[in-house]
Design a protein around this ligand. Sequence first.
Ligand SMILES: Cc1cc2nc3c(=O)[nH]c(=O)nc-3n(C[C@H](O)[C@H](O)[C@H](O)COP(=O)(O)O)c2cc1C
Length: 159
Amino acid sequence: MNSTDFRNALGAFTTGVCLITVDDPKSGALALTANSFSSLSLTPPLVLWNIQNDSDCFREYTECLHFGISILCADQQALSGCYARKDNHKIVEDDFIVDEYGVPLLKRAVARFSCKLFKFLEAGDHHIVIGEVLTFDAEDHSPLLFSRGSYDQLASRTH
Ligand SMILES: Cc1cc2nc3c(=O)[nH]c(=O)nc-3n(C[C@H](O)[C@H](O)[C@H](O)COP(=O)(O)O)c2cc1C
């Protein structure tokens, strides 16, 4: 299998972009950009995302009790780029609130989920991280999209 062709085919699936956040006792509050978020189950309420096995933040995201997911708005491309940089996962506190579970969540987002770590599963060069949603909220913002390796936004909406 040609890995470039495989990546390109996978990239044809347009996604949203989110920040996965955690407050680690040793490393502090971290955020990591991810587009592998997916809904998983309504009862119980489960969501998932995938973390690369070689991420510098692997321990923090797989040993945590709780983590957060903030789905980015169309105008938050800079935040996505910021937390996708290696060695740049410490959060800029002004942009975040901390919820009742100690989870950092973006102040402004399309939707926010505060999760309890439910399970993580090894799967190839990633682990699947499953969270049980404890609280969530959603606002009527247009989402940031990621498609074929580039950012995009919905054509039909202006806000
Ligand atoms: C749009 C976008 C989506 C990404 N999605 C994921 C993801 O789902 N899982 C992941 O582990 N890394 C993902 N990354 C990569 C991380 O954001 C980040 O670049 C990587 O974690 C940096 O390496 P480090 O974790 O060792 O610091 C994504 C990056 C971008 C720009």
